[in-house]
Design a protein around this ligand. Structure first.
Ligand SMILES: Cc1ncc(COP(=O)(O)O)c(C=O)c1O
Length: 479
């Protein structure tokens, strides 16, 4: 059978494909992440054509400020010639090498360069293809480690509600979003979820300190209930990113880390979002939160999103326990065709060069308070319950009623509505149910932050008008 789906929809005279053809082909053939299959082929997505610095241009030529930096990843901004040239040069010199029986300069150099930046003695770097495979590799390493040490029953993983760790079977099992669990299977016996450390929705009347005590007590109780000899690891994003930029209460990181030490549990910091500058440091665990995890995962910003790459850094201590002349028969049989891909590693090295040369970490530390304050001004709007964040990541959490702090119903699609109004005005935000998340390219300037906040305010105001007109919400009901 011949298939001629492209006929009539392809490129004209080898020029760029017209946007209506792109839309037709995408709707007919593409299944995108989190695709609504009920509405397969029915959803019109923004067709992006090109990008520069912090701006995207859609197929109609509209200029859009990219508030989520793609997907928390385009650290140095779009159109960075140094990264593009490093990739092109590497592709011409050595486009690929099999990591099973060879290595390359870029992979070795990048591993050493990342080891310089990681906390403590996390000096062993294992490369993967992205964040999910980084988390999966970390979890499989923990299993391998405990099997090797002769304690195969020490396997259970502690994770948190609202956490997101990826889309492989194991990493998705650690994610804590109930809405993502429909019709899919998960390693339910393996993973146990603790409460989301979100101070905003702590029980009424409870102080933040008491909330932190509650979270720590809950974690210790869970360890005792499961048995410390059964719990292998705690996996935690320093700030829960797609769960709505959840910044845990002060002291939480240190105290969860202490519990892990007390009960001989490995601490995996999932820094897929927070590493490579998002909080003004190469890694956030030690510099921002004062802890040295046993394993750190990274991805996204490592290449500024120019090409896929992820990885994990493991402590010397842990690796030493399963390696060397006494490690008879120990093979960590886990890896990918593209582990340490030379072109991806060359892109990462170039991105790190740009971050250093342009003082981007310093810039983030300097501009982050302005970014946070600017967005916080939106809290005065009746629909906005809280604006929270740290560094260059922030979330606008919309509520039906500011006092009850109850998120607006899913059916109202509030984040999506706000995003649509913003896009008409030149801004893309990341809608997540009742929330909008912002994590712009790290090179964003004050004037662009002003534009972002102004357009977001307009988008929320128009959404409030829409909701009132449709009888779904009323500003009078807001305390
Ligand atoms: C904290 C965290 N971990 C892991 C992942 C999975 O990364 P990827 O989509 O590159 O597989 C993500 C993706 O958003 C993430 O935010």
């Amino acid at each position: 059978m011949t298939k001629s789906f492209l006929s009539g929809a392809g490129r004209k005279d080898n020029g760029p494909m017209p946007s209506d053809a792109i839309e037709t082909l995408a709707k007919r053939h593409l299944i995108q992440p989190w695709e609504s299959l009920e509405n397969l082929g029915g959803e019109a997505r923004t067709i992006l054509d090109r990008a520069e610095n912090v701006y995207l241009y859609d197929s109609e030529g509209n200029k859009l400020l990219d508030a989520p930096a793609g997907m928390w990843c385009v650290q140095v901004g779009y159109g960075c010639r140094e990264i593009a040239e490093a990739m092109a040069n590497q592709a011409m010199q050595l486009a690929y090498n099999s990591p099973w029986y060879s290595t390359s300069g870029p992979a070795a150099e990048l591993a050493a360069r990342i080891a310089e930046k990681t906390p403590g003695d996390l000096n062993h770097i294992f490369f993967t293809t992205g964040g999910s495979t980084a988390v999966d590799s970390a979890l499989r390493f923990v299993q391998f480690y405990n099997n090797y040490k002769g304690r195969p029953e020490k396997k259970k993983i502690l994770a948190r509600q609202s956490g997101y760790h990826g889309s492989t079977y194991l990493s998705a099992s650690c994610s804590g979003k109930e809405r993502d669990k429909v019709y899919l299977d998960f390693a339910k016996d393996l993973v146990h979820h603790l409460s989301a450390p979100l101070p905003y929705r702590r029980p009424e009347g409870m102080s933040i300190e008491a909330f932190c005590d509650f979270l720590i007590e809950e974690m210790e109780q869970k360890i005792l209930e499961l048995g410390a000899d059964k719990v292998a690891a705690f996996i935690a994003e320093p700030i829960l990113a797609s769960g709505g930029v959840v910044v845990p209460p002060p002291g939480y990181h240190k105290r969860t880390h202490e519990l892990c030490r007390k009960y001989d549990i490995l601490y995996i910091a999932d820094e897929v979002v927070t590493a490579f500058g998002r909080l003004g440091h190469w890694f956030a665990s030690e510099e921002v939160f004062g802890i040295t995890p046993d394993i750190v995962t990274f991805a996204k910003g490592v290449t500024s999103g120019y090409v896929p790459l992820g990885g994990m850094a493991i402590s010397e201590q842990i690796v030493s326990e399963v390696s060397g002349k006494d490690a008879k028969g120990a093979v960590y049989s886990n890896g990918y065709t593209y582990s340490g891909h030379p072109v991806a590693c060359a892109a990462a090295l170039a991105s790190m060069d740009v971050i250093e040369k342009e003082g981007i970490l310093e810039h983030v530390r300097e501009i982050a308070p302005y970014f946070q304050q600017s967005l916080e001004s939106l809290e005065e709007l009746p629909l906005v319950g809280e604006v929270r964040g740290e560094g260059l990541m922030a979330c606008v959490d919309c509520v039906a009623d500011k006092k009850a702090k109850n998120p607006l119903s899913l059916d109202m699609e509030v984040g999506g509505r706000i995003d649509r109004h913003c896009q008409e005005r030149g801004l893309i935000v990341r809608p997540i149910y009742n929330m909008c998340v912002m994590s712009p390219p790290l090179v964003i300037k004050k004037k662009q932050i002003d534009d972002m906040t102004r357009i977001l305010r307009e988008g929320i105001e128009i959404t409030m008008d829409d909701l009132e007109r449709e009888g779904l919400w009323h500003r009078d009901q807001v305390a």
